[in-house]
Design a protein around this ligand. Structure first.
Ligand SMILES: [Zn+2]
Length: 53
């Protein structure tokens, strides 16, 4: 099972869509159970979008 610290390590690859299918599923499963990481990914995603804009 993916841990919060593992998710933090691969979060930017997840947002960029660069994770493999297995890792992507693991991240999605974790996000369903973990509100903390949902917030974390949400914040990261908005800052990534800001940088791209
Ligand atoms: Zn988590």
């Amino acid at each position: 099972m993916l841990m919060c610290r593992d998710l933090a390590r691969i979060a930017s690859d997840y947002i960029d869509g660069e994770l493999g299918p297995m890792d992507t599923v693991s991240v999605k499963m974790h996000l369903m159970m973990c509100g903390h990481c949902r917030t974390f990914i949400g914040n990261l995603r908005s800052s990534v979008n800001l940088m791209k804009a």
